[in-house]
Design a protein around this ligand. Structure first.
Ligand SMILES: Nc1ncnc2c1ncn2[C@@H]1O[C@H](COP(=O)(O)OP(=O)(O)O)[C@@H](O)[C@H]1O
Ligand SMILES: [Mg+2]
Length: 708
């Protein structure tokens, strides 16, 4: 970090997601900005991730189900469906179609915004990337096939419009020369019938496409969330919450749209282009050549634009993720923000990220402006040449006025279709850009599988714990080993107190025992089984954790107590609450056990949360218990209540207690003092106090360990 100059730091602050890799190299930063950011991952993300997952992992699968249930199911029709335009009168249709050539869309905003040039790394489109994206639509093949069938019908109707209009104009023309009026009436009636069929087909097509799209998005979200839930804890150290949430919320929609709406629109464009050119060739091959002259340049512009959009999309999604990250963290910790009066700064920080998205949007707007301007101009020039050349042909009686009208309309249709195709291409590229990140998550296989391996039979499971020569550094900080050679033993049913300075690795002992991480070397054994051989979910179910900052989930008190044992009866829940000294305060709430605890239990006091966590652990009834400074954040009154509850909880279990209270430590069977990545002293209280120059004695004397 030292080598990063002030300017580069400004760039980083302004656009953390878009630092070009070349610059990273020059600054000696890791190439991926993701891993750069990881150096700044704050403890507030990792700590809840640890303790939140720490209780047991079987709730992981439950969370997946909950999430799946909350994901909107397919079949709901949402807004924003564009009707296929089918103008009725030749003149207004003509205008509408010609007008469609010129929608120069651009984003406008305050001129004070600085334009930044982002270095966009070149990207290649590989075959597999594309087929994988399209593969998402496979389960919807039937729905999509029906939609395509309906598309053929509605497109056929649409494509019949110009031809019919030409005929009608010729009929009207004939009538002015003394023809029969009856033909006009019949022809119009027939057309109305055909249009009604077209409308019905259009309705069906849009409903089908929407259904397929929603199913794909829902499935993608479910798979993604399921994959996220299974990731190693280290994954959550590396990836920020808001980023991951953005993948779930935004990227899935972009991808879902790319393979449904977009494909449908693309097919419609193909159909319009093919039929349109076919009809034109049928009516006048000569005039058709005039139209075709315009197609290749438009295609070239479209491909260039599409590539650009793909790269841009990846950046926009990244910047959006950054913005979501900031918002998510600040909103969920609004109390801290308020206490520090940091609202304006946080708003500014968020603005900074939004500004990046905004600037990228402006860039896209410029590109889109050029694209639409150029294609619109090309289309209009084509119209003019058609009128000029077609007019000439009409004068020489080569074609009728009706044919010229039909021809003009077809060429407008073809023009719109070509633009539609190029939009299809750019939307596809957008989908590819967004899907890359999804594949990264879906493909990353956790190194610690949730459930594979041995389960110790209940009657042979005692809960003896051994750490043998464990060396460990957190994956995100490989150069800062927490343990170099840690060995400790907890005989079954005994209590081990782990003491040491803050940051000495006490909580890490718990994390390793729960197998949130695997040691770099050495072994951790439970009942002489290496934890690597044991089924991790099963093993975690046998371990209870009460941490300093217990995490509750939004829901009722009863739900939170039953988190580790979902099938518990209300009597069991109440019994656990009584033992945890939590019954009294719970029943004093007007809603009792049905009281909502608020997000992360924030509407409860620290001591109340703590006792609910103890009740949760009691109900889970684990063989092994980890108490991580479970009383350190409490006042004397609740500490007494919690302490009493903890003593009940500890009975008959193997316990690792990380404590700062002398009374707890004194009651332990063994005390292990951590220092320098290993156990520097261990023994009973009396033994350690007897060491004249002992570390433990120093801790007690310096009152690092509190006396009461
Ligand atoms: N998720 C994490 N990623 C990287 N480093 C961590 C993580 N959690 C803890 N650490 C670091 O590991 C060391 C030991 O932490 P910990 O076990 O929490 O200490 P304590 O003894 O205070 O409980 C500390 O230096 C801490 O900064
Ligand atoms: Mg700790």
């Amino acid at each position: 970090m030292q080598r990063v100059g002030a300017l580069s730091r400004r760039i980083l602050a302004a656009a953390p997601g878009v630092l070009p890799s070349r610059r990273c190299d020059r600054l000696g930063l890791p190439v991926s900005t993701g891993s750069f950011r990881l150096a700044c991952v704050s403890a507030s993300i990792t700590a809840p991730a640890l303790s939140g997952l720490g209780l047991s992992v079987s709730p992981v699968s439950r969370s997946i189900h909950q999430y799946a249930a909350a994901t909107p199911r397919p079949g709901r029709l949402s807004q924003g469906i564009q009707p296929l335009s089918a103008p009725v009168l030749a003149s207004s249709m003509f205008q509408a179609q010609v007008g469609a050539f010129g929608p120069v869309q651009s984003l406008c905003g305050p001129s004070s915004v600085r334009f930044k040039k982002y270095v966009v790394p070149a990207s290649k489109i590989t075959q597999s990337e594309l087929s994988r994206l399209m593969g998402l639509a496979k389960p919807e093949a039937r729905t999509l096939a029906i939609a395509v069938g309906l598309l053929v019908v509605s497109s056929a109707v649409t494509m019949a419009v110009p031809f019919s209009m030409g005929r009608i104009i010729d009929i009207i023309f004939a009538e002015t020369q003394g023809g029969s009026h009856q033909r006009l009436v019949e022809y119009t009636q027939l057309l109305i019938g055909v249009f009604l069929v077209g409308a019905a087909a259009n309705y069906g097509r849009i409903v089908m496409i929407q259904n397929a799209g929603q199913s794909i998005v829902a499935r993608l979200r479910q798979n993604l969330f399921s994959s996220i839930m299974r990731q190693d804890v280290a994954f959550f150290d590396r990836n920020q919450t808001g980023e991951v949430i953005n993948r779930l919320a935004a990227d899935t929609v972009v991808v879902g749209k790319a393979v449904t709406d977009n494909v449908s629109d693309g097919l419609r464009s193909v159909a319009s282009a093919v039929v349109g050119i076919g009809m034109m060739a049928f009516m006048s091959p000569k005039l058709t050549l005039v139209v075709l002259g315009i197609v290749p340049p438009v295609c070239i512009v479209a491909v260039l634009y599409g590539r650009y959009v793909k790269r841009l999309t990846r950046q926009v999604q990244d910047s959006l993720a950054n913005a979501t990250q900031v918002a998510e963290e600040r909103i969920s910790n609004i109390r801290t923000v308020r206490a520090f009066a940091k609202e304006p700064e946080e708003v500014k920080r968020y603005d900074g990220h939004v500004q990046t998205v905004y600037s990228l949007g402006i860039q896209e707007g410029k590109a889109r402006g050029i694209f639409h301007g150029a294609t619109g101009l090309a289309g209009n020039l084509m119209m003019v040449s058609l009128l000029w050349y077609g007019g000439h042909m009409m004068v020489t009686n080569e074609i009728t006025v009706g044919t010229l009208t039909s021809f003009l309309l077809y060429s407008a249709y073809v023009g719109v279709a070509v633009i539609g195709l190029s939009q299809f291409y750019s939307e596809l590229m957008r989908g590819l850009g967004a899907s890359e990140r999804l594949w990264t998550i879906l493909d990353s296989k956790p190194t610690i599988p949730l459930s594979e391996g041995h389960k110790i039979p209940h009657d042979r499971f005692f809960g003896k714990i051994d750490f043998q020569n464990v060396a460990f550094a957190y994956p995100t900080r490989p150069d800062a080993p927490v343990f170099k050679n840690l060995s400790l033993t907890v005989p079954d049913g005994k209590i081990l107190a782990v003491v040491g300075t803050s940051g000495g690795g006490k909580s890490t002992v718990g994390a390793l025992l729960l197998r949130l991480y695997d040691p770099d070397s050495g072994n951790i054994l439970i009942d002489n089984y290496n934890v690597r051989e044991l089924d991790a979910s099963w093993m975690r179910q046998q371990i209870g954790l009460v941490s300093q900052e217990p995490v509750l989930f939004s829901g009722t008190v009863a739900e939170n107590i039953a988190y580790g044992h979902p099938s518990a009866t209300i009597e069991q829940i109440q019994d656990a609450a009584v033992q945890a000294n939590a019954h009294r305060f719970i029943t004093e709430f007007p809603e009792g056990f049905n009281t909502i605890v608020g997000e992360r239990g924030q509407s409860l006091s620290g001591g109340q949360r703590q006792r609910i966590a103890i009740a949760r652990a009691l109900l889970k009834n684990p063989r092994i218990l980890i108490l991580d400074e479970a009383t350190s954040a409490l006042d004397a009154q609740s500490e007494h209540l919690v302490q009493e509850a903890l003593e009940r909880l500890m009975q008959g279990r193997s316990v690792i207690t990380i404590a700062h209270r002398l009374s707890t430590i004194r009651n332990a069977d063994t005390i292990a003092v951590l220092g320098n990545g290993e156990v520097v002293e261990s023994g009973t209280y009396a033994e350690l106090m007897a060491l004249p120059d002992g570390q433990f004695r120093k801790l007690v004397e310096r009152q690092t360990i509190s006396a009461n």
